[in-house]
Design a binder for this molecule. Structure first.
Ligand code: ZN
Length: 408
């Protein structure tokens, strides 16, 4: 059944917004789009006028940890990142069973919330893989990154082989895909990083993820081997006395280790220098920014304008409910807008749609409104006669304004 929807604005993302636009959908796929003046008539389509709405692709939350949803409001904001990490470690120790009803119920609620906020795809970090099955049941597309965190191990290759076997044992679906991730350069041994990279290379289309240049403590540890992160590793029994500090920046370390390439999602980047950003551009990596989380954890404000001015591929994430108030990507966009007033609203929306979909390997179906792609599209209610629709959409959108096209 061909349906042609008409709307005050259609934002394909792959081209400029179309005022008084239309798009046609057949069996869940976009088949055509255009402006009112070029409408093709008499093709038997049902015409639906949506009125004062902006149509855009479902959003991409490129970095979250759904399994930590039970920690909502449990870890107080910190002025130093390592203090916040200590809070997370303490809170997770109170829930040793990763499949407890409290954890699984919180995952289910978070999934409903994410969809209600207009999210089509998530990049989900998991240390336990408990989110794979709930995601498979949900309308969300996802990459579930099985994240390894191990600084001291005698068998780095074995650790990664075991993780690889675990993700291969998952029952795959067409919309939820597993992959591997490293937690961060300060919490994963160099040989484990190398083994993860080798495993990713064996999987031709798998993306990889790592928290990178998030805090000053990380930068200090990679440069000197000292500071609060070293103290924490010693305290929790994870210090490796044979490890020596690589020196340089965390990005330089990962780059010189051969870890960075176009399949890597480098998350946070709060402490990245301009030469770090040049390296990301040269490798084609995607930087996932999560500014609300950075404010909560004590990491600080990310240099958003530098990210865009240096030509980095930027995607957007909320991070987990342990450090963000909700999984609302529109709220994350409003924070980006406040931190980066000179970046165009169109570039910010591109980050929250096309860039995230591409980085997660879902760009054949998602991220833009184009013929052949999925019609997993949002209709956002906007005030009548809105002129700068992109600016409006990055100013903060309430969930009550959001509907999915297939529900109309
Ligand atoms: Zn994270």
């Amino acid at each position: 059944m061909l349906i042609r929807y008409h709307a005050a604005w259609v934002l394909p993302v792959s081209e400029p917004p179309i005022r008084d636009g239309w798009f046609a959908v057949d069996r869940g796929r976009v088949v055509a789009l255009g402006s009112a003046g070029r409408r093709v008539l008499a093709d038997g389509a049902r015409e639906v006028d949506l009125g004062d709405v902006a149509i855009l692709p479902g959003l991409v939350n490129a970095h979250t940890h759904l399994e930590l949803s039970y920690l909502r409001d449990e870890v107080p904001p910190a002025s130093e990142f390592v203090t916040w990490i200590r809070g997370v470690i303490a809170a997770r120790r109170q829930h040793p069973d990763p499949r407890s009803p409290a954890i699984l119920d919180a995952v289910d609620r978070a999934l409903v919330e994410a969809v209600d906020f207009g999210t089509a795809i998530v990049g989900d970090i998991s240390n336990t893989l408990v989110t794979f099955e709930p995601l498979s049941r949900s309308p969300l597309a996802a990459v579930v990154f099985y994240e390894l965190i191990r600084f001291n191990t005698s068998d780095p290759a074995g650790l990664v082989e075991q993780a690889s076997r675990e993700i291969d044992a998952l029952v795959p679906t067409d919309h939820v895909r597993p992959s591997l991730a490293a937690h961060a350069p300060y919490s994963v041994a160099p040989l484990v990083l190398r083994a993860i990279r080798r495993e990713i290379d064996r999987r031709p289309f798998a993306p990889c993820s790592i928290h990178l240049s998030e805090s000053v403590e990380e930068v200090e540890f990679i440069r000197t081997g000292r500071g609060p992160w070293r103290a924490l590793l010693e305290e929790i029994g994870s210090w490796d006395p044979t490890w020596t500090a690589p020196g340089g920046s965390p990005v330089q370390f990962l780059d010189e280790s051969g870890f960075l390439d176009a399949r890597v999602l480098a998350v946070h980047g709060v402490q990245m220098t301009t030469s770090d950003l040049d390296r990301l551009v040269a490798r084609g990596a995607t930087l996932v920014t999560c500014p609300r989380s950075n404010g909560h954890t004590g990491a600080g404000a990310p240099p958003i304008e530098d990210f865009y001015n240096y030509g980095v591929n930027v995607a957007v994430g909320t991070d987990s409910l342990a450090s963000a108030p909700d999984l609302n990507v529109f709220a994350e966009l409003a924070t980006l807008r406040a931190l980066a007033p000179t970046v165009s609203a169109g570039a910010l929306l591109d980050s929250a749609t096309r860039q995230g979909a591409r980085a997660l390997g879902f760009d054949a179906d998602y991220g833009t409104i184009e013929p052949g792609k999925s019609a997993r599209l949002l209709a956002v209610t906007i005030p009548a006669r809105t002129d700068d629709v992109e600016e409006y959409l990055v100013s903060g959108i309430d969930p009550d304004q959001i509907r999915w096209i297939e529900e109309l």
